[in-house]
Ligand binder design. Structure first.
Ligand SMILES: NC(=O)c1ccc[n+]([C@@H]2O[C@H](COP(=O)([O-])OP(=O)(O)OC[C@H]3O[C@@H](n4cnc5c(N)ncnc54)[C@H](O)[C@@H]3O)[C@@H](O)[C@H]2O)c1
Length: 256
């Protein structure tokens, strides 16, 4: 039986960990040829090796998503190997919990915006021309519930993710005539290294976890699989009439 993204070429940033890594595994399992990139070379190569061992197709490339010249190289390498790019998942990102605005620095702000927002812009800027020339493609941007509602101590993160949501909509309108769909995904708090490390770095790990869990109506954190499955859906032709959409997957966090 053909997979849900059979034969598609998927480029995934932040593919070494968390939601990016799980998306790579599930895209590959559903028949995609995956090119995954990350700063973390060892972990990224391990994800690619796992996929290959499971009979899938994957290649790891080192990449800092804030480096424009590297984006050109990653796109060129992907085109050289596969001749097309059908899916771009912009998952590379960093958190910034626990930085009150009264203590925030311009340097810290620029770091978060640079990776989460500029990195997503650069991904779109470099891959969209390929997709437009093909007349088809799907771009999936990792925003967050924190691109919809605020969280104290996370102003730069919230600004970056709000930016990703509206960047997604503007670009979706521009690229629709070219057959390219662009959507954002808005996870609640998901059990990944980003979230687990943030709990660990807080004053009281258990209290912080309990407080965050209590904000999800379903009374638990999400699992990476629950986001990756939605990313596969948006990447696939099942989502052929979806563009400019915000797919919220948050166990009820923003329903209140
Ligand atoms: N985990 C959550 O609860 C959650 C919720 C909402 C949104 N998100 C978003 O989903 C995305 C993935 O998050 P995650 O939880 O998987 O985090 P994670 O920390 O597990 O993985 C993020 C990956 O991005 C990579 N990365 C960081 N900076 C980079 C850079 N400059 N260039 C290339 N790679 C870089 C890291 O090395 C890491 O492998 C992020 O954009 C995050 O903001 C996560």
């Amino acid at each position: 039986m053909a997979g849900r993204v059979e034969g598609k070429v998927a480029l995934v940033t932040g593919g070494a960990s968390g939601l990016g890594a799980e998306s790579c595994r599930r895209l590959a399992r559903e028949g995609a040829k995956v090119v995954l990139t990350d700063l973390a070379a060892e972990a990224g190569q391990a994800v690619a090796d796992d996929i290959l061992a499971a009979g899938g197709e994957a290649r790891f490339l080192g990449q800092d998503v804030t480096d424009q010249a590297r984006w050109a190289e990653v796109v060129a390498a992907t085109m050289e190997r596969h001749g097309r790019i059908d899916v771009l998942v912009n998952s590379a990102g960093v958190g910034n919990g626990g930085e009150p605005i009264l203590e925030a620095t311009l340097e810290g702000w620029r770091r978060i915006i640079g990776i989460n927002l500029d990195g997503t812009f650069l991904g779109i800027r470099h891959v969209a021309p390929v997709m437009a020339a093909q007349g088809a493609g799907s771009i999936v941007n990792l925003s967050s519930i924190l691109g919809k509602v605020g969280l104290p101590g996370a102003s730069a993160y919230c600004a970056s993710k709000g930016g990703v949501a509206l960047l997604t909509k503007a670009v979706a309108l521009e690229l629709a005539p070219a057959g390219v769909r662009v959507n954002s995904v808005h996870p609640g708090f998901i059990e990944t290294p980003m979230v687990v490390n943030a709990f660990r770095e807080s004053e009281s790990e258990n209290e912080m976890r309990d407080m965050i869990v209590s904000r999800h109506a379903m009374g638990r954190l999400g699992m990476a699989r629950e986001i990756a499955d939605a990313i596969v859906f948006l990447a696939s032709d099942e989502a052929s009439f979806m563009t400019g959409s915000e797919l919220v997957i948050d166990g009820g966090y923003t329903a209140a």
